[in-house]
Design a protein around this ligand. Sequence first.
Ligand code: ACO
Length: 398
Amino acid sequence: GLGISKLLSETGYVTLDPGFVNTASCASAVTYIDGDAGILRYRGYPIEELAEKSSFLEVSYLLINGELPTPEQLSAFSEQIQGETLLHERFRSFFAGFPSSAHPMAVSSSAVNALATYHPDTLDPFDPAQVERATALLMAKLPTIAAYAYKTAQGQPLLYPDSSLGYVENFMRMTFGLPTGAYEVDPEVVKILDMLFILHADHEQNCSTSTVRMVGSSNANLYSSVSAGINALWGPLHGGANQAVLEMLEKIHADGGDVASFVNKVKNKEDGVKLMGFGHRVYRNYDPRAAVVKKATRKVLDTLGVSDPLLDLAMQLEEVALADDYFVQRKLYPNVDFYTGVIYKALGFPVNAFTVLFAIGRLPGWIAQWREMINDPATKIGRPRQVYVGSPERHYPA
Ligand code: ACO
């Protein structure tokens, strides 16, 4: 691999591979995907087992450290994170500087980058103690940042975190609680959001993770690298697809719910319309995460006693698409984002907050991959080559 690329560049050859469809950028021991078989494993553990039996913090520890924690290691890790959820008092005013229409992804990535200003003694990528602390600070503070982005948009007061609560419960309370009353969240809801975070926790060299590694390859600090990852995730072809799916379902619903005519539009590529939440670069078989989410969606709506016509619409779309040659030939199946939006909506999150939930889930994966890169002696600064197709030399008019 690396030997061949060195040989090629020394002989003046470069490979042209737009979108890195067939080019590996690194060797990694974090996540395994077999796209043809629909298999996803974190550090060797099948995603289905982790989703059913583990917790988000345990999975985060696994991704970051390579092994499942002992009970003592897990409680030390959780305490370290829960003890850091508070933002600096002055940092709270940062949120007031944005208009209430601000997209929470823009607020979150800015706030994550700004964390570096409050923790200048945690910026050295080559000091393991600093990296350990930056890891805990990011894991602890991103949910607080996400909740404050929401609160600011709602014009509601920011709540202090409650470190006696679990990771997800604390986030839900900071998001939906009010200082004027007690907030209680159904443990079933907490469990489901925790499971969704597990399903999003890593996905090897996707667009945002590759961005985190690329930025970090210049030895930029962890906060800047993760902040860049949040921006990459925002795009509708990546994490932003969860927002795009719900907007698509709402539009089909508002137009009378004609699934067949929407699918025809997609097949005819009218105005570039895509079936959002379908397709994946690596999976050419059902996305194993989507299978788990689909099951959970029904359960959430039942638990909350909500009925949502958008779920029926999504299921109809899936049924029509999976029986259609266009999608079959191109091996297009629902991806993780196809059903998550229906759950997030049922939990009360506004559509533009969906991708922030993805970011909270993906954070341990970004951190694990960044740390793997920093510790890998084979790492070099990310610097792709190009094939120049512009003008030959010409001269500025005299
Ligand atoms: N709807 C309709 N057609 C599609 C879709 C879709 N969602 N996805 C791919 N296709 C078609 C393409 O138009 C292309 O057709 P063609 O051969 O006639 O030109 C063919 O399938 C192959 O697609 P590519 O664009 O080459 O696939 P690529 O691997 O580059 O893109 C991607 C993958 C970006 C995920 C794409 O499938 C897509 O845009 N999906 C919709 C957005 C989405 O759901 N993104 C979330 C991905 S998962 C995640 O990030 C969490």
